[in-house]
Design a protein around this ligand. Structure first.
Ligand code: NAP
Length: 243
């Protein structure tokens, strides 16, 4: 396969929201779920986020547990996985967490909308930047580049728009959702997958692999994406219509 194994991880409320309508990166995971996410990061070769999550939340994307970092080093890996940002227009500050936390490789995929001066500034800060597209980043090409750079296992940590695009293009193998016992509501609050949406006949089929009920009241759902015969070119482009 000319792309990494792709695993999307999400923390959602019982009504499927991954943040409140305020879009300030609301905490949804329990303490136990935060540990599980840290473990997933530690297993990954790279961790990816979408442009809004990248710019609005400025995540560090590092492994929090010292023990897990040491285990990576003992296996001859880098202390932290590589970081990957997908943004139509890059506007990162040089001192942001994403660029400064840890010493792992940093991949940024963007479009011709990012100014040349910004590209030069970020490259000087050791970011490896690829301009792939004019309107939006070509995600298929971005995953190919990651694979060519030794990224075999990619963890995607949102947000909603990036999740949906990767799913729509058939680029996702696994989805885990921690469903927290709470409701956010709000028609503008982001959900697990946003974007233009699909009509019913275009729905992406999932296979439930595992479900766990936790003492903290949460539920962990693990899905695989069903492979389809025309998987190489099955991108769904039909905008949602109730029909
Ligand atoms: N609970 C969780 O697990 C979790 C995890 C992460 C984030 N979140 C939440 O998710 C929300 C952010 O999600 P979001 O949907 O607004 O944004 P997002 O998915 O973080 O970022 C998407 C942005 O990436 C850019 N992009 C460029 N090429 C793209 C492509 N080919 N496909 C998709 N996007 C592309 C787009 O920018 P342009 O529109 O400029 O083209 C788009 O706005 C926040 O509220 C955050 O807190 C929750």
């Amino acid at each position: 396969m000319n792309r990494p194994y792709v695993h999307i991880n999400v923390a959602a409320t019982a009504d499927g929201k991954i943040d409140t309508f305020e879009r300030k990166g609301a905490a949804i995971s329990s303490a136990r779920d935060r540990e599980r996410v840290d473990q997933l990061r530690a297993e990954a070769d790279a961790v990816m986020v979408g442009g809004r999550t990248l710019h609005d939340e400025d995540p560090t994307l590092t492994v929090k547990s010292k023990l897990l970092r040491e285990e990576r080093l003992a296996l001859g890996r880098t202390e932290n996985p590589a970081k990957v940002g997908i943004a139509s227009r890059l506007d990162l500050e040089p001192d942001c967490n994403f660029l400064t936390a840890g010493s792992s490789r940093i991949f940024l995929f963007t479009t011709s909308q990012t100014e040349e001066s910004k590209l030069a500034e970020l490259r000087a800060l050791r970011a490896e930047i690829y301009v792939l597209g004019e309107e939006r980043v070509d995600l298929t090409a971005a995953l190919r580049v990651l694979k060519e750079n030794g990224i075999n296992r990619l963890m995607v940590e949102g947000g909603a728009t990036l999740n949906f695009e990767l799913m729509r293009l058939g680029l996702v193998d696994e989805l885990t959702i921690y469903v927290a016992p709470m409701i956010f509501g709000g028609k503008n609050a982001p959900t697990t997958a946003a974007g233009s949406g699909l009509v019913r006949s275009g729905a992406l089929p999932l296979k439930l692999i595992e479900s766990e009920s936790w003492d903290d009241g949460g539920v962990l759902l693990k899905y695989h994406f069903e492979k389809r015969s025309n998987d190489d070119n099955h991108a769904r482009t039909i905008p949602g219509s109730p029909g």
